[in-house]
Structure formats: C-alpha cells, structure tokens
Design a protein around this ligand. Sequence first.
Ligand code: AMP
Ligand code: MG
Length: 278
Amino acid sequence: MAKRSVRELLLADPSASDGALGSVDPASTPGVGSKAKALAKLPELHERVFELQERLWAEHRRSLLLVLQGMDTSGKDGTIKHVIGGLDPAGARIVSFKQPTAEERRHDFLWRIRRGLPAPGQVGIFNRSHYEDVLVVRVHGLVPPAVWRARYDEINRFEAEVEGSGTRLVKVVLHISPEEQRLRLLARLDDPTKRWKFDANDLRERRRWPDYRRAYADAVRRCSTEVAPWFVVPADRKWYRNWAVTNLLLETLEDMAPVYPEPPLDLPALRAALAPGG
Ligand code: AMP
Ligand code: MG
C-alpha cells in the first residue's frame, strides 16, 4: 500500500458530525512510528523546506500562507518558533492577530487580514486569523448572529480569491484536549520562566470550552473547501505537532514545485568580463 501523505492523514472531514474534531484524538500521532523517529527525521525535513522556500522566493511569483488556529496553550507560538527555525527570515512573514485596534474596527473584518497577506515569494504565517471573527466573536456575541453567520461564505469567497491570486493556503487547527490545556496552564503558574505567559483571560475562555468546540466545528465544516481545506493536527504532544506542521508545509511546497528562474544572461560575455584582470 502506498504511504499516505500527512496532508491526507490530517485532512479534516467536513461531513463528520462535530466538524472533524470529534473523531481526532488530540493525543494521537498519525503517520509516525515513534517520537525518536520523528525527531530523527526533522532536520532533513527542515532542510527540504528551506530549499523549496528559497526556490519560491527566487521565483517571486507565488506565496504560501500557513494559518494557525487553536485554543490558548495549543502551541501556536511554539509551532511558529519551530517552523521558522527552518526558514530564511527574508522570505517569511509572521503576523499575529489580537483584539482589533480602534482603526481595525473601523473596517471590514477582512481588512487587516488582507494587509497581512504574504508578498509574492514569501511564506506567511498567521498566528490566529480571520477565523477569530467566527470563533471568539461568536462565543462572546461581539456581533449579532446574522453578522457572524454570513462570514463563513465571505471567508470562502475571500480564500478563493487569495488562492486565485497565487497564494496557497494551509489552514491548521492545533487540536488539544481540555486536560492538556489544564496541565499547560498549571505549568505556566508553576514555572517562574513561564509565568509571564499566564493570562487570567485564558481561564475565562477555558470555561467556554464547549462553545469554542462548537464554533471550531462549524468553522471547519463550513470553510473546508476544495481550494482551502482545513487540517486537524493532534497537538497534545509537542513533538508530533512540530513534525506534522513541518510535513504539511513540505508537502504543500513540493506540490507547488517552485523552480529557480533562468534569467536571460549572456554567460560567456559576463564570464569574460569577470576573467582575472577583467
Ligand atoms: P494571544 O493570541 O494569546 O496573544 O491573544 C490574542 C487575543 O485576541 C485572543 O484572546 C483572541 O481571541 C483575541 N482576538 C483575536 N482576534 C480577535 C477578533 N477579531 N475579535 C476579538 N478578539 C480577537
Ligand atoms: Mg494568550
């Protein structure tokens, strides 16, 4: 049997009840034999991602955008740190989306997202995204239901447009269990070097876990499209999460198959000009 790609293994199933989240165990490790094997493989994966990113940058035509969503402590920052370690910062762009500023609020919810899109040749990473506008906004009733309900279609249209203009989307839910979140929040309290990350708001959000779960399920169900599917990455194990996201990037870049441009240079003349004494 042919080995299934990580993209196939982690592709969300929008037809499943509970979005696709219910059927994915956050502690599972699909596609990899053991932690030791995954860790041994990572340097080579990073090397290949790096090379393809360089080609994408040289080509300067298309981009890739990794969209990271997940509950607090699901590892969005950790994933970025890990993934960026294998990228050339020149061709990468990381954008974090927080509570909208006063200026952002004056515009449509996609305004700040458009401004954050990667330029041609770049690999972009979104730490949270336009999906917050159907997640936190829905859970806290920040706009009337008719407004957030209309956003699924708006998002699908927007993403189709982004894809059409040459940006490949890799949308990832970092899927953790409430128990793992409890342990990670406790660790933030216990470890003086992590205490600065503790945000009392996270406890408030944690109490709304079932509401978030429903909101995530609907976002995955409604916005898993042919051009911009969702991937559900089991994220209770950090090493697996890193391995999986790196593979999703790699497989997507391989599929894009960027090539070094061949500029029309008169090589003999240029070499002659650079001959010793030239
Ligand atoms: P953090 O990612 O921990 O720095 O927190 C950022 C916070 O901003 C999270 O609580 C998000 O839910 C919140 N946030 C992001 N986008 C929006 C949005 N469009 N509306 C309201 N809150 C948002
Ligand atoms: Mg936080």
